[in-house]
Design a protein around this ligand. Sequence first.
Ligand SMILES: *Cc1c(COP(=O)(O)O)cnc(C)c1O
Length: 460
Amino acid sequence: MVFQPRTIIEPFRIKSVEPIRPTTPEQRATALSKAGYNLFLLHADDVLIDLLTDSGTGAMSTVQWSGMIQGDESYAGSRSFYKLEQTVREITGFKHVIPTHQGRAAERILFGTVCNPGDVVPNNTHFDTTRANIEARSAEARDLVIAEGRQPSYYHPFKGNMDLDALRATIETVGSEHIPLCMLTVTNNSGGGQPVSMANVRAMSELCHTYGIPFFIDACRFAENSWFIKQREAGYADHTPLQIAQELFSYADGCTMSAKKDGMANIGGFLALNDDAWAERCKNLLILTEGFPTYGGLAGYDMEAIAAGLHEALEEDYLRYRIRSIAYLGEKLLAAGIPIVEPTGGHAVYIDAKAMLSHIPPRHYPAQALCVALYLAAGIRAVEIGSVMFGRPLPDGSEEPAAMELVRLTFPRRVYTQSHVDYLAEALEYTAHQAENIRGLRIAWQPPALRHFTARFEIV
Ligand SMILES: *Cc1c(COP(=O)(O)O)cnc(C)c1O
């Protein structure tokens, strides 16, 4: 008999530790009131387990750290750039690789180059910086995810898929001359971290190319998406995540990437594309605002960390552990009767706060209230993805609420262990038992835009 463990262990051991600091409920209550009940305004030292984001918060490997010592800081022609370029070409096959300081810089350079006022850019769901960069060009960012992708408790293996009929209808009505490119976000971050199937990628590529429209991938979580394809799509079980990623990119004309996600780095990103003329124009804009094309706003050591990280993100043991940790928390929450977006996605568990705190109306921000309660109870920092983030003010002074009131528990890469996850589940179970005592919030002060970062609240 062969030993077949049921436990999927963290596929690493710990060489350097960073203490996390427990606080008392009184300390947390004080910190919350000082922060105006906005968890973005807390000092990170007052947080025990930080699930605000998986962006740039991961732990680097010994290989990445040793690569950083070897970083070549030459202004032009850095050896570290060529290493990054070679890695990105191996995985994506794209001809031109343009480093940027993070994902949004790649977006700004791409849309600043190819997008004009009145254009429409379709995507399954635009991430907020992607949308903002398109809107900054006076163009429209249009979300066309399949209908199943908008229903929290509806099971579909590829809830991030593009609605191809809606895409075709958009192209037919808008006209291909007003669509500089179509995008597809893998996994679909703003839609619950849900994956896109290879069949959908292939079909979307064919559709775009039929109309002569370039097809780009927002590749931030390409490795996690590749793992879901391996697990869930017929014909891919025996492919490696690298092979799957290579096929996925082969259908596209380019990608934008935040290396703070599946680049496993603390900072960085890139734009990669095939078209020579577009690449030349992008590089000219890059020089204006980011830096010379062989560093693009990054240090040589950052490019080393990303080159190594892109391969590590595709390792099967790592992906199995990562996706399993998230599913494990999801199973525990479901067993405790806590409503979540199903199935669990690649980088986070999303709690349906509208269903969990049904006594709090959207105008009193149930998802924000849940984040506050979770921090107060257990020192956990989650993030609201609901009406604080996406509510729209109406002329009469009221607000149109967001479609969903979600709390995202986002997992940094390689940072927390199973006992941290068990603690999370316990804290959430406790909070769910207290649900009827949780009170809503109202906004006491807000800035004109992107209010979720700095708004202050009062308890209702
Ligand atoms: C994080 C993210 C971005 C933007 O990347 P930054 O590095 O934060 O600028 C773009 N798209 C998606 C899907 C993301 O998750």
